[in-house]
Design a protein around this ligand. Structure first.
Ligand code: SF4
Length: 367
């Protein structure tokens, strides 16, 4: 719907992505861009990463053989869920395919400002979150991880940026918020621009992969980078945006605030079964109708689980579409197959993660 706005801390869905291009000036991930994305994975092939800001310039820098970087972060308020997995996979993709150095912020101060979680508590969650990243494929070799509360350079940048930021700017972007959240916006700008400090080799092309709701942070930080260009030599950070992954109820974006609608990477086989069994589908009212009319996979969260996360093979995905649309398969049978698929993926992931927890602890201790 035209006129919809973003709330980076909320859980609403945008009903239409189209107006983002005309109203907010985002650029499309079109064929021209896609051709330059090496070994495009399912997130790119399937239009899940659908928009960007200056990512074409980032690609040009890579093609000119300039070193490129990728920056993003996690608010360690709870276990990784399928939404956070999307950002993680984008970062790992840039690291692997473009040899981009990964800069990863543990946003523990934002976690306190937004969720009231003390730093000692979020530190434990941060270990688990980082272990998930490692299990998903992050290499610690070309990577710098920090906690906001411990990285003085980020705090200094936040102070510097505050000098050229007015309350009116923050209110226009985020609405009426507490000062802690406003300050966490400045801190995030510090996070995003940290890779361009002299300590890390100076100005460079950095891409920030995020969910589309995080665009206010991107726009704000790009403005800050321009304002401090003369002083610090910053280049405007690029961004790629992925679509929301819906909650299992189909009603809001998957968010840590909605415990029943969220699949976390720590869920056991039983809870996965319970959650997916209750998920919203595009099934018809009766078995007879389903056979006659077919299911509506475009509406279905179970289908989206495969599209976004658990079906790598495009042909298999198309086959699920076909079986659904033709009425060949019931939602009960379909869910059973998808549950087994997810349980298998999760078991392998959790086994890998378990072994990587000590490495995550070491990385966060700065060893
Ligand atoms: Fe969704 Fe599967 Fe039912 Fe189709 S058959 S609506 S894909 S659960």
């Amino acid at each position: 719907m035209a006129g919809e706005t973003f709330d980076p801390w909320g859980s609403e869905l945008l009903s239409d992505y189209e107006h983002l291009f005309s109203e907010f000036g985002m650029q499309r991930v079109d064929e021209k861009v896609l051709r330059r994305v090496l070994n495009a994975n399912r997130l790119w092939r399937r239009g899940i990463v659908f928009a960007h800001r200056d990512f074409d310039k980032w690609l040009s820098a890579f093609e000119r053989k300039e070193g490129v970087a990728c920056m993003s972060g996690i608010k360690p308020s709870s276990e990784f869920h399928l939404g956070s997995k999307l950002t993680a996979e984008e970062m790992i993709f840039f690291q692997k395919e473009f040899n981009a150095k990964v800069f990863y912020s543990i946003a523990d101060l934002e976690c306190y400002a937004d969720n009231g979680i003390p730093l000692a508590e979020s530190a434990k969650t941060a270990v688990s979150n980082l272990a998930d990243m490692l299990a998903l494929g992050l290499s610690e070799k070309n990577c710098f991880v920090w906690k906001q509360s411990e990285e003085k350079r980020v705090m200094n940048l936040a102070y510097v940026f505050a000098r050229k930021t007015t309350m009116n700017t923050l209110k226009a972007l985020y609405g009426e918020r507490n000062i802690g959240l406003y300050f966490s916006v400045l801190t995030q700008a510090g996070d995003i621009l940290l890779p361009q400090l002299q300590d890390f080799g100076g100005a460079k092309n950095v891409v920030v992969p995020v969910g589309v709701d995080q665009d206010p942070h991107i726009r704000f930080t790009r403005d800050i980078a321009a304002k401090f260009e003369a002083e610090y030599g910053f280049k405007l950070p690029a961004a790629t945006f992925h679509k929301f992954f819906r909650s299992l109820s189909g009603e809001s974006k998957m968010s840590k605030r909605d415990a029943l609608g969220v699949i976390t990477l720590s869920d056991d086989a039983d809870s996965l079964k319970k959650k997916v069994s209750r998920a919203f589908t595009g099934g018809r009212a009766t078995v007879e109708e389903q056979k006659r009319l077919g299911g509506e996979w475009k509406k279905c969260v179970v289908y989206e689980l495969c599209l976004f996360h658990f079906e790598e093979d495009d042909k298999e995905l198309e086959e699920r579409q076909r079986r659904c649309a033709s009425g060949e398969i019931s939602c009960g049978e379909c869910k059973k197959e998808v549950i087994e698929k997810i349980q298998k993926w999760m078991k392998a992931h959790q086994e890998k993660k378990k072994k990587l927890v000590p490495k995550a602890e070491k990385m966060l201790a700065g060893d």
